[in-house]
Design a protein around this ligand. Structure first.
Ligand code: XMP
Length: 321
């Protein structure tokens, strides 16, 4: 079934919220539901919608997959606590690194993340909690790109002919699937989320594993986590749609202390976009790029080369994996 888009300009947030909370309440009935909060605008909006609809019958988890940005689990859990929403952290780091071990191909990596999330982690949480439903923040761009065969986004099933009930043992509710990113931001603001969340830049479901080309080992994830933190600090004032650091698989020859160093290379991307469907590289001032490169080669062990992507989407995509 084709999903009807609600265009952002035509979106009435109050009507949307009351319609979706009504639908969630009617679908879940007297039962229980669970959801995973990552701290992104989509999962944050779903968390608030779900709690509005179900109150204590929605259990919210933060899945610590070991692939999140620096200090993310604690920051997000304490922010939601201040909004009156209790979130439990699930330590699933070993499970995800095991699933990613030896995986190099981008689509296989996405599939490994999907299976670890939905079968392994949520499968167990659903069984333990007695919930029959998982609420999640899939948006229309995720569906479009998956159906078009561009990228298998980690959270798309039915549109690919996969029945989550059969595959994983529970049903999935997707209240945001008619919206694009800019529409979700409006809904998130109307739900009372702070600006740090509703204007937060997007971050992919496969998290930092989408920012490592080749195998996502704990060491390589640690390197890209540090590169990400530095990049986010240095580009924060630019107000671009999304900016990121990518760790490449290939090594390149560099020089350290007068000696050859066959080291790591990091690619920076910074995008101007409204909804992630099309994007252009931001024309960053050269001195900002220089400072960023200087910090990356000094602070991230082993990095000898930093590049800036100057290709638009399409044919590039926002993430490299
Ligand atoms: P791409 O890389 O396809 O990304 O141009 C478009 C937007 O989607 C984000 N992204 C994802 N979001 N699950 C998600 O929830 C995913 O598997 C995924 N992959 C990419 C990306 O960060 C960008 O904002």
């Amino acid at each position: 079934m084709k999903t009807t888009e609600i265009k952002t300009a035509e979106l009435n947030t109050q009507e949307f919220i009351s319609e979706k909370t009504g639908e969630i309440a009617a679908t879940v009935g007297k039962g229980l539901a669970i959801n995973a909060l990552s701290g992104g605008v989509d999962s944050s909006a779903v968390t608030m919608l779900g709690h509005k609809a179900l109150g204590g019958r929605l259990k919210t988890y933060f899945i610590d997959n070991g692939l999140m940005r620096k200090d993310e689990p604690q920051k997000i859990v304490s922010l939601f606590k201040s909004l009156g929403v209790a979130v439990e952290i699930i330590d699933a780091r070993d499970k995800f690194f095991k699933a990613l071990s030896g995986v190099i191909d981008p689509e296989q990596k996405r599939e490994a993340i999907t299976q670890a999330f939905y079968k392994d982690v949520f499968g167990r949480l659903v069984k333990e909690s007695g919930a029959k439903y998982l609420l999640q923040g899939t948006i229309l761009t995720d569906v479009d790109e998956t159906v078009a065969g561009i990228k298998r986004q980690h959270n798309v099933f039915e549109q690919l002919g996969i029945d989550p009930q059969q595959a994983f043992g529970y049903k999935i509710i997707e209240p945001l699937v008619q919206l694009r990113k800019d529409g979700v931001r409006k809904v998130a603001a109307a739900l009372g989320l702070p600006e740090s969340i509703y204007n937060r830049m997007p971050f992919p479901g496969p998290a930092l594993s989408a920012r490592v080309i080749g195998e996502a080992t704990p060491e390589r994830i640690e390197a890209v986590r540090l590169a990400t933190a530095i990049t986010e600090e240095e580009l924060a004032g630019i107000h671009a749609f999304q900016y990121l650091a990518i760790l490449h698989q290939d090594r390149v020859t560099g020089i350290r202390q007068g000696k050859r160093d066959f080291g790591l290379q990091v690619e920076i991307r910074c995008w101007d976009s409204a909804d992630a469907r099309m994007a252009k590289p931001t024309r960053l001032p050269y001195d900002i790029l220089e400072k960023l490169a200087q910090r990356l080669v000094t602070e991230v062990a082993g990095v000898v080369s930093v590049t800036y992507n100057i290709t638009a989407k399409p044919p590039s995509t926002i993430e490299a994996v």
